[in-house]
Design a protein around this ligand. Sequence first.
Ligand SMILES: Nc1ncnc2c1ncn2[C@@H]1O[C@H](COP(=O)(O)OP(=O)(O)OP(=O)(O)O)[C@@H](O)[C@H]1O
Ligand SMILES: [Mg+2]
Length: 500
Amino acid sequence: MTPLLSLRHISKSFPGVKALQDVSLDVHAGEVHALLGENGAGKSTLMKVLCGIYRQDEGDIVVDGQARDFHGYQDALDAGIGIIFQEFSLIPDLDAVDNIFLGREKRNRLGLRDRAGMIREARRLFDRLNVSIPLDLPIAELSIADQQFIEIAKALSLDARLLVLDEPTATLTPSEADHLFTIMRELRQQGVGMVFISHHMEEIFTICDRVTVMRDGEKVDDCDTHATTPDDLIEKMVGRRVENIFPDYRCDADHDDIVLDIQALRLEADGPDHSLKLRRGEILGFAGLVGSGRTELARGLIGATRPVHASVRIEGQPVKLRHPAAALKHGIGLLPESRKTQGLILPFSCRDNISLNNLTQFQGSLPLLRRRQESRTTADLMAAVRVKAPGPETPVGDLSGGNQQKVVIARWLGHQCKVLIFDEPTRGIDVGAKAEIYALMKELTAQGVSIIMISSELPEVLGLCDRAAVFYQGRIAAELEGSALDSQSIMHHATGGLSS
Ligand SMILES: Nc1ncnc2c1ncn2[C@@H]1O[C@H](COP(=O)(O)OP(=O)(O)OP(=O)(O)O)[C@@H](O)[C@H]1O
Ligand SMILES: [Mg+2]
């Protein structure tokens, strides 16, 4: 059977980086094909070549047995290939219908805009996907999942027979991801071929038929998913066996050594008073479902949003944290969850991004000396989290998604914080790098830093945290530690105590 798509011997270099080296990939109609690899392995680049966004240096793109020459995304679309980017290309102020038909509106016989016709067509597409999405709301008001489904509908409306999904689940809740998988199965039935990129091994085994593993820009292997195991795939991906991604380490935090004491923190006039204690050198997990109020509490604490009332002590001293800068001055830093809003300045170098709010550290030195100190510290920090980049001068915008995330972490490590709050720190991070970040966190706690880790991933909370606060509908429903800290208890409290 002729594959729907064959990428043959694709190579692509950027200045200083060989991003792809002789990579081949076949995708058949009705197949979901996983693309797996560490951060910076070349997955997104390969897909951008496929979609005409980058031009390959060598190699061929063959669709339905015919070699194609793409000079831009439009050419790929014309050949029936659609891509759903991690960063969406939808226009937030427009509704679903206008987004789907942007730039190619239907006209009636009089040449007038045929809104009714477009609505009908949009309905038909949503029916095909079995989703119900409001057609007339600005899509900024819809959930990320709905926006993603609109992207898919849009691609289908362009007759896409091959759909590329680049880390689609990174921003979805588990139930939204399940819905996406249902849609993908539906499309598979209809003969659509799909390339699916994800760092979540269980998703690969849930939804994918075949898997191609990449490492350092090269294809290492491809095989049927039912003929392999997660451990094998990880070994191929990382080049070694990753036995235990969680560091073996027991916290011996002194129960009475409280660094941060939230005595009463009220976020909304009619909301609850939160109280919580953080011990020196511990990792406290904030567990719970997406939207259960974990991020809100963290933001209220550091003054990113203004709480109604706050009584907070740091090392016994009452403090007023009116602004994130004030929190930072008191040694509390928050690494926010969304890469896009984390304030990375994409055209700026890694060095500039990392030293951005660490500048005070270097003040007082002579300019030349300061520059040198800055370079050294940046290089150390980048090495600590293993940012894969040609050097500190590389613009952050040229890094792979996961490596951008690591730059954010490196930046915060540069502060000498007493308390670090990580909000979903390992989203979009590959297995090997995850293990490194966990080890790094443990190292920080050994130096007396206390960590709050907001995480929706149970294994992460269980594997890393000394204690967990479980959130349910804007409240801390339980604090668990020791033998009481297990997945059943967390799920029990995270779902309002309904499950048993
Ligand atoms: N526009 C660009 N300019 C220079 N280098 C780039 C550019 N785009 C990607 N690279 C480099 O090419 C390599 C592959 O990046 P790519 O984005 O394909 O990785 P990835 O496998 O998608 O990783 P992730 O899992 O982090 O998304 C990286 O070293 C990256 O820094
Ligand atoms: Mg990528």
